[in-house]
Design a protein around this ligand. Structure first.
Ligand code: ATP
Ligand code: MG
Length: 439
């Protein structure tokens, strides 16, 4: 992409009401624009990052055996009356009437819709397990939308729903999601801690929130330090095998959010030096809830013994749009955003320090062609602007590689290559610089 033709409206200063760094940087780097409280337009750079995160989530869901569908944003109130949640959900639900005076709502989540889909087609344990997911916009009329897309009213969520014949099988489905989530966050360059979460009336141990450490986070977490440093399981695990040991390795260490925290247990299970208390951002939540929806909505399956039983369900949410902000909270410096390679909006930036100079223009064109052909997706700053402005904008938007082409360097046969994350700079011939980027 040539910057002269692109739309990247960067701002010198963040609006005063942006309180946390990710919100400030998302506005300054031209990722989003607020349209109403908690409702945002995604500008080109922000949209690219959002789509990349979405794709990482999708790939890991597919790998773990989940199947993608797309459910509507507008849902019938009648389905929610069946589950009993239409009245319970309260003011976070945006209620709408169509021209026939039918009650609709903008989905804050999709248990009812997916249960309705399931019960229409699946009747036998032989067709289980199933895990259906979608990546779709949700609306919750949050009392205090704030921190930009961190707590929006309209936000993008990946929500998966598992269906199993019994609790043992549901635990296997849960384990797959538990480990897949860790792989998602690792690919996004994040350290996510799975913490025990409230299971409500159903009890048991099958509810976890995934928390990214950040001072601006809304959650408080208490965890054994070893858990923070424990890596993700990686993609090459046997998804159909016994995942319980991998899960136990990560659930036996103490970790709880504020609502579940038990200080006495924490002190008993972790030595003083191992105890970590920090603030964090909830970027995912997985939950087994058994028959909560299948029973009232009569989603029954015939078991091996010929008897019909309500299907056992779980749901698994990732805050896709919240992750854009969470990644920035975890990865930025004074100059701006530092995107991990996996979600960077462009793979490299080419900075032409003297547009109109035949040598600079030719070298930049050559780099642009080569990087495009190699699939790096470069952003070429071909605007006639001051070098200082170009450096600042490129740092701000956080592109991982910066290839700086100026007349002085070219006279010596070199360009400058800067790695955004480390600030490390190298002067080297153009060919070598291109090789360093393409790997
Ligand atoms: P929170 O406690 O932050 O309100 P929640 O418990 O309501 O979250 P879930 O219903 O479990 O959230 O939704 C799954 C994921 O969706 C959350 O882990 C979070 O990452 C994301 N999410 C929830 N509410 C919002 C919101 N208002 N804006 C952006 N992302 C959200
Ligand atoms: Mg909420």
């Amino acid at each position: 992409m040539r910057l002269s033709r692109y739309f990247m409206p960067t701002l010198r200063e963040a609006p005063a009401d942006a309180q946390i760094v990710s919100h400030q940087l998302m506005l300054r780097a031209g990722l989003i624009r607020q349209e109403a409280a908690g409702i945002y337009a995604w500008l080109p750079l922000g949209l690219k990052v959002l789509k990349k995160i979405e794709q990482v989530v999708r790939e890991e869901m597919n790998r773990a055996g989940a199947v993608e569908i797309l459910m509507p944003t507008l849902q019938l109130a009648d389905l929610w009356r069946e589950s009993g949640r239409y009245d319970d959900y309260g003011e976070e639900m945006l209620r709408i009437k169509d021209r026939h005076e039918r009650d609709l709502l903008y989905g804050p989540t999709a248990e009812e819709v997916v249960t309705d889909i399931f019960r229409s087609y699946i009747k036998s344990y032989k067709d289980l397990p199933k895990n259906l997911y979608n990546i779709q916009w949700k609306f919750r009329d949050e009392r205090r939308p704030r921190f930009g897309v961190m707590r929006g009213r309209e936000f993008l969520m990946k929500d998966a729903y598992s269906f199993d014949i019994d609790e043992a099988s549901a635990r296997r489905s849960y384990n797959r999601m538990f480990l897949a989530y860790l792989n998602v966050y690792a690919r996004l360059g994040l350290k996510a801690i799975p913490v025990r979460a409230d299971t409500g009336p159903i009890g048991g141990d099958l509810s976890h929130e995934f928390i990214i450490l950040a001072e601006t986070g809304e959650s408080e977490v208490f965890a054994h330090r070893d858990l923070v440093e424990m890596g993700a399981p990686g993609p090459d695990i046997d998804w159909d095998g016994d995942l319980q040991p991998l899960v136990e390795q990560r659930t036996r260490l103490y970790a709880a959010s504020d609502e579940m925290h038990d200080q006495a247990r924490f002190e008993a299970e972790a030595a003083e030096g191992d105890r970590m208390t920090a603030r964090g951002i909830e970027v995912g939540h997985i939950f087994y809830f058994g028959e909560k929806y299948s029973k009232p909505m009569k989603a029954l399956v015939t078991g091996p013994d010929g008897k019909d039983v309500p299907v056992q369900m779980g749901s698994y949410g990732v805050g896709v749009s919240r992750l854009v902000a969470a990644i920035i909270e975890a990865s930025h410096d004074d100059a701006g955003i530092v995107w991990p390679d996996s979600v960077a909006p462009f793979g490299a930036a080419i900075l032409n320090l003297r547009v109109g100079d035949a040598g600079c223009d030719a070298a930049c064109e050559q780099a642009y062609k080569a990087l495009t052909a190699a699939g790096v997706d470069p952003l070429y700053d071909d605007r006639d602007d001051r070098p200082g402005a170009k450096f600042a904008a490129t740092d701000l938007v956080g592109i991982p590689w910066q290839l700086v082409v100026g007349p002085k360097g070219l006279a010596d046969g070199v360009v400058e290559l800067k790695r955004r994350a480390t600030g490390e700079r190298q002067s080297l011939p153009l060919d070598a610089a291109l090789k360093a980027i393409t790997g």
